[in-house]
Design a protein around this ligand. Sequence first.
Ligand SMILES: [Zn+2]
Ligand SMILES: [Zn+2]
Length: 425
Amino acid sequence: MSRGDEFGRRLADLSDRMLKTRHSSLRNGLEEMDMQSIDKYRDIQAEATEWRRYLHQHPELDYRLENTARFVAEKLASFGINHIETGIAKTGIVAVVQGGRGEGPTIGLRADMDALPILEASNKPWSSTTAGQMHACGHDGHTAMLLGAAKYLAATRDFKGSIALIFQPAEEDGYGDRLGGQKMVEAGIMERYGISRVFGMHNFPGMDIGKFGICHGPIMAAQDDFEIIVKGKGGHASRPHDTIDPVVIAAQIIIGLQTLVSRQTNPVESLVISVTRFTGSNSNTVIPDRVGMAGTVRTLVPGLRDFAEKQIATTAQGIARIYGAEVDFDYQRYVPVTVNHPDETDSAIAAARRLVGPSSVDDKLRVRMGSEDFAYMLEARPGAFIFIGNGPTAGVHHPAYDFNDEAIPYGIGYWVNLVETELGS
Ligand SMILES: [Zn+2]
Ligand SMILES: [Zn+2]
């Protein structure tokens, strides 16, 4: 390479770099101009923080949310929303806000309202006043943020079509019944309100305040529960040859189940099988005639769910048969996979980025193996579920957990941006 060539290359490099710098500062400027300031949600933040702390002080469980539902319905009415249906799936609520810009589709925005049977240890001034119950999953915050968005959107109505605000009970536990998300869908809310798309949000401890996380496709796992009873022949522990020992057989079944994940499942797919309960004899000297075990299965694709149900049964029955024992098997499909739909996930990402900027929204969040009953709503309608940063708090379901009120303006801003983006002209 000649000196002239070298000089020419350096010059071209330099002008290329200058051009790129100018482009990127131009781009940042445009993004900043397009980005929403969260300052406009500060007034509502103060109010929503009071609502959140009131709800935190007065937790209620599963479907038994009489006080919580009354509080939510009263607030919605005070915003001038006059289309409010209460008592859906016992204590669920749907409220409709019509936009001020004419006809259009209806989108559903969902919050959950129930607390958990945990003794609170957050030591906050607004701690639970009911011993043994607390908002340990932040559903008080979810409710307050959706109420805040409702107040803002009912005042501005800068969208076409309508929004259906869905406040559901029993996300954590169905109190012996199915979960609230499923019951709300079964109560026909999607059809009755003509909801075409549905969106959900959950706080995420460990993710910074002002950040969001989401991914396309599965974002949370399916949860199934299984129970196996091994029926052998009991007897004296000193004479095992006279028995069909169900303890030894059950132990082999537990080991056998491990190979369903390690040897029979594609390593790039996710399957969790955990045996978590085991009950046998009450005596050291008695071989029981039956042993019970139970556990949980987590999956991300429907095919693996079918596989797990079939193969757990086949493995247990096959091993029991070798030793002359029998097996009773029960498999309950509990919560389906929470699957984000492509277009709605794009909308959620765009709304969050418009609020906090591109770098504060992780659109490739790794799937969580926990489960979420918003999955039922995503089976009924296309939509997306997003996580919002809760800062460095204790994890959800921990006695020291508390929803972070600093997340409130971001949650409200996300809902408002989503509505104005989805239902804009
Ligand atoms: Zn929870
Ligand atoms: Zn939760």
